[in-house]
Design a protein around this ligand. Structure first.
Ligand code: ATP
Ligand code: MG
Length: 652
């Protein structure tokens, strides 16, 4: 901490502001800023009553709860005594009316194969899969591991687990055999569902092979259920391994949804590992489903006429909450695409938007920055006029990337919802409501009604406008994580010890004069230069605002003279060449945008940055490189190991 006691300083201020388009607002669920403020105030007056009203209105319960909240700090129970079933809420209740024949999932494989499942069809497949789970000995409370490509069977398997009250633990299909092994052992999974392989970047990924390796050290797993996706050769362990298609052919398509307790564990999911070893986050049933159903409806303004596409892999929390559970609970049409955005060409996403008439697109800043690097000619080839709303999640979005997204993808007509949340929060916490909240590029704007964040100093006092601090949440909310699987002490220590009674997010933020939240990155990533505590995000955004820069990551390194110096890793846009002149230009540019003290001491040009498999920049690894150290921390979630080696070799 610097002498002034400041946690983090804010140096970059964005002034552009975009009101919701009138036509959009007129048709939206929440139609004006006043309406939002009224709702927020109502929730603040009595949060429990507010959430109870939503749970009652948005979900179908088999038994109503006795108590809304039991808060034994920091352990929460929501809708205590209530029973419900997630698959019932996502499927059965839509079958009585016209939604029965509405597309629930529109799926496209990377090779170009397509499949649409109506609510009726999806329900039928889920019931059959649930019967297969039962036939394989899976019971309520058992854990099931899913390690699959982005195929409809992944959503079917999740919903089948929820139907019988099994807890799923999804491991992203890009992870290694070791990650599968560790996660299956951590959860003591009884069954693993996988596929022979999946398609990715024109090739195939051998998923079954990785599971075979993992299974040599996973004694709890009794069976491996295998979806045939690529048709590639697989080894087969008789008795243990079963083909999905054989098993579903043996069972019937009726399976009653099992009522489970509101606090029954719905899933375990590991965080993406940007800051350290991933944590096995536990989410339960009633509160989680309330939060994701409500937030999907308000933030994405979901209507029955929408074709909604969240591009996240289901292996991340974004896919859990906003590809599967939130949209389906709302009876929406959710698009799923298996593969890479540049296969066969860098316009695959835009081709998909045009083909299905996607109206709502939810993606990550990393994808937007990549698309910018590829060039506007790719989206320009396609008719994107069906889009009415855009969203982002996963990292702070640099204002210039926001402006590009707004102009080139949204045709300047679509509001952008920049949604701040975490694996731990279960659902969206801070986000504009697109018909109500004026947006500012780079800001998640304001909390959802029922969510009570704050920006505080190390003592827990709220800080004033435009002062940086720790982002915390003051009150429990329904979608919050309940614990870390098998490690309640880590749960308490990680999230509730920094400021007892408050949920500590690990992020730094400031609130501006309108009360808008600006997330400035991880507190762990704050750099201390010449007496200033800077969020790396702001220096990065200043760099990205330069026409030559596509991506930037800024970290500190030890410096003999200054104590700490700033190192910037920069990826250039197509058409720009690395040079000493450009380095100087970029350093001057930062000095102009922020101030001379924020000038990076080193600038290194690189063709790629180390990222997690969900696309987030891993600054802790860059810090090691900048300091010339070997990386000591966890690298299991790194996307491409060769990036580190290339960066080490790169000239300063
Ligand atoms: P780990 O906790 O293991 O280090 P992680 O925090 O990257 O990994 P996630 O839960 O996937 O794992 O990511 C949540 C984090 O992502 C947030 O704490 C925040 O830093 C960042 N984030 C997500 N959405 C936004 C957003 N809209 N604006 C700014 N930051 C965001
Ligand atoms: Mg985190």
């Amino acid at each position: 901490m610097s002498d002034s006691g400041t946690v983090i300083e804010s140096v970059l201020q964005e002034r552009r502001k975009f009101p919701p388009p009138e036509k959009f607002a007129a048709a939206a669920h929440i139609k004006s800023f006043d309406e939002y403020k009224k709702l927020y105030a109502e929730a603040a007056k009595d949060p429990e009553a507010f959430w109870a009203t939503i749970a009652e209105k948005e979900l179908t319960w088999f038994r109503k709860w006795d108590r809304v909240l039991e808060w034994d700090v920091p352990f929460a129970k929501w809708f205590v005594g209530g029973t419900l079933n997630v698959s019932y809420n996502c499927l059965d209740r839509h079958l009585d009316g016209w939604r029965r024949n509405k597309a629930a999932l529109i799926w496209e494989g990377e090779p170009g194969d397509r499949r649409t499942l109506t609510y009726h069809e999806l329900h039928r497949e889920v019931c059959r899969a649930a019967n297969v789970l039962k036939a394989l000995g899976v019971k309520k409370g058992d854990r099931v591991g899913l390690y699959m490509p982005l195929v409809p069977e992944l959503a079917i398997a999740m919903l089948a687990c929820t139907r019988i009250g099994a807890t799923h633990s999804i491991v992203f299909g890009g992870f290694s055999a070791e990650a599968v092994r560790d996660r299956m052992n951590d959860a003591q999974a009884k069954l693993v569902i996988t596929a022979d392989g999946g398609y990715r970047r024109g090739g195939t990924v051998a998923l079954k092979d990785a599971v075979d390796q993992a299974m040599t050290e996973c004694p709890s797993v009794e069976h491996v259920l295998v979806v045939k996706r690529t048709g590639q050769d697989v080894r087969w362990t008789e008795g243990r391994d079963r083909w999905w298609h054989d098993e579903v052919a043996k069972v019937d398509s009726k399976c009653e949804a099992e009522p489970v307790d509101s606090e029954h564990p719905l899933f375990i999911l590991y965080t993406s590992g940007t800051t350290g070893r991933p944590k096995g986050v536990v989410h339960t049933t009633g509160g989680y489903l309330t939060h994701v159903t409500y937030s999907s409806k308000l933030v994405f303004d979901l209507k029955d006429t929408d074709t909604y596409w969240c591009t996240a892999d289901i292996g991340w929390v974004t896919g859990h909450s906003y590809v599967v559970y939130g949209p389906l609970a709302n009876g929406a049409t959710s698009v799923m695409y298996e593969g890479a955005p540049n296969t066969p060409q860098p316009d695959r996403f835009w081709e998909i938007v045009a083909r299905y008439g996607v109206t709502i697109l939810y993606t990550a800043p990393t994808l937007i920055r990549t698309v910018i690097k590829w060039g506007a000619q790719w989206p320009e080839k396609h008719d994107l006029s069906s889009l009415r709303l855009l969203g982002t999640v996963g990292e702070p979005i640099n204002p210039e990337a926001w402006m590009w997204y707004h102009g080139k993808i949204g045709g300047e007509r679509c509001p952008i919802v920049d949604t701040w949340w975490q694996t731990e929060t279960g659902g969206i916490m801070i986000s504009p409501l697109p018909g109500a909240t004026p947006t500012k590029p780079g800001s998640g704007t304001l909390p959802l009604p029922g969510i009570f964040p704050d920006v505080v100093d190390r003592e827990g006092n709220s800080v004033g406008p435009n002062q940086g601090g720790l982002l915390v949440v003051r009150k429990p909310w329904p979608g919050m994580l309940r614990t870390i699987y098998g490690d309640p002490d880590r749960y308490v220590k990680q999230y509730w010890s920094e400021l007892p009674g408050n949920y500590f997010t690990g992020d730094g933020a400031r609130r501006d004069e309108d009360g808008y939240y600006w997330v400035m990155g991880r507190i762990d990533d704050v750099v201390n230069v010449s007496g200033h505590r800077l969020g790396t995000m702001e220096v990065e955004s200043a760099l990205v605002a330069h026409r030559s820069v596509a991506e930037a990551a800024v970290v500190d390194r030890p410096d003999e003279l200054k104590g700490q110096a700033l190192a910037a890793f920069v990826t250039l846009e197509g058409g720009y060449q690395a040079s000493e002149d450009l380095k100087k230009e970029l350093r001057d540019h930062v000095a102009k945008e922020i101030g001379a003290f924020a000038k990076p001491d080193d600038i290194r040009f690189t063709d790629a940055l180390p990222k997690t498999r969900s696309g987030k920049i891993m600054r802790r690894l860059l810090r090691d490189i900048a300091a010339g150290r070997d990386s000591a921390g966890d690298t299991t979630t790194l996307e491409d190991y060769t990036v580190l080696a290339r960066l080490r070799e790169s000239e300063e």
